[in-house]
Design a protein around this ligand. Structure first.
Ligand SMILES: *Cc1c(COP(=O)(O)O)cnc(C)c1O
Length: 350
């Protein structure tokens, strides 16, 4: 045997997450789109008041406390919700349940979230990447022609920050015989949602996460919303106890505290506007964003140099070393104070 691993695993590249400095390091982290504000005080109170009895027993297999809180907050039925260890797990379940080889492909417009490719490579399922058009026009005809077993649309998209219109998503859902996944990781910072499509189409799933809007990236909680028929296959594939008891309880508290989440999101959106103006004053190109980050082009298009210069000053932003994005930087919106530190470093650099 020449390898311990399946050929697909030998052939793939592992996913490379954004850099995570050690806790306590004096680094301004604007590279992985975390929320600059702390999690809901209600969620933190759950953690402080935890009873050991909760941990002696196995957790609920579907994390029903958390599901109930989601159902209430979003006004959807409980059995239209599947909970995952981060929304990444939901994306993984979708590919594992639906994708296979050349005849059940995974399709998505690029540039977008790189993890779709990694997850498909593990399955393995063949990937078809279709480039976005000018100004991030959705390549609707090509996506329809491809007829993927799973089609992923991140909306708002990363790293571009744009929102795909519900009209385009409806055309896609109506014309696809496979599953259309609308990845709404950044929806808390956007001004529309595709959630109504879940009622209209049985092949549509909307995925959400508590990592961005709810400041709980470390807890690992996400969920998918779809009609029960689409969820049935995913429930078969998931680990029996994929959500731990602590996460389920904290997640329920965070979900019930919509007021706090919305307040933080409003502050981030306000800071996004201000940061965008300040960057434009420095000559950066800054397209509008419906997320908690900006994809910017520096005036001299020397993105890598600026990325390294900021890093040397203890500020991390995201530089993508792949085609089409070499001239751009993705900058997470921080607090006004953090953004000001960034602006001062940039003035110093350019
Ligand atoms: C952050 C992000 C996710 C993953 O979120 P987790 O819930 O932390 O796994 C999914 N999709 C996109 C586009 C993201 O940016």
């Amino acid at each position: 045997m020449s390898s311990y691993f399946r050929p697909a695993v030998d052939a793939m590249e592992g996913y490379i997450p954004g850099e995570q400095p050690k806790p306590g390091t004096r680094i301004l982290k604007l590279n992985t789109n975390e929320n600059p504000y702390p999690p809901s005080p209600e969620a933190m109170a759950v953690l402080r008041n935890l009873d050991g009895e909760l941990l002696r027993r196995y957790p609920h297999p579907y994390a029903n406390t958390f599901r109930e809180a989601i159902a209430q907050a979003l006004e959807i039925p409980l059995d239209w919700i599947i909970v995952g260890n981060g929304s990444d797990e939901i994306l993984n379940l979708l590919i594992r349940a639906c994708g296979e080889g050349d005849h059940r492909q995974v399709v998505y417009p690029t540039p977008t979230y790189v993890l779709y490719k990694t997850l498909a490579a593990i399955q393995p399922a063949t990937v078809l990447e279709i480039p976005y058009g000018e100004n991030y026009q959705l390549p609707l005809d090509a996506l329809l022609n491809a007829q993927g077993a799973v089609t992923f649309i991140a909306s708002p998209n990363s790293p571009s920050g744009h929102l795909v219109s519900n009209d385009d998503l409806r055309r896609l859902a109506a014309g696809l015989s496979g599953v259309l996944v609308i990845d709404e990781a950044y929806i808390d910072f956007a001004n529309d949602t595709a959630l109504p499509l879940v009622r209209e189409f049985e092949n549509v799933m909307v995925t959400r996460t508590l990592s961005k809007g709810y400041s709980l990236a470390g807890l690992r909680l996400g969920f998918g919303i779809a009609q029960p028929k689409l969820l049935s296959g995913l429930f078969k594939v998931k680990d029996s106890y994929n959500i731990d008891a602590i996460a389920a309880l904290m997640g329920a508290a965070a979900m019930a505290d919509q007021t706090y989440k919305n307040q933080c999101a409003e502050r981030v959106k306000h800071s996004r506007q201000h940061l965008s103006q300040e960057l434009q004053k420095l000559g950066f190109k800054v397209p509008p964003s419906q997320t908690n980050f900006l994809l910017v082009t520096p005036p001299r298009e020397n993105a890598e140099e600026i990325y390294l210069g900021l890093k040397a000053r203890g500020i991390l932003v995201r530089y993508f070393n792949h085609s089409g994005l070499e001239k751009q930087l993705r900058i997470t919106v921080g607090t006004d104070e953090q953004n000001q530190t960034l602006i001062e470093a940039l003035i110093d650099l350019i």
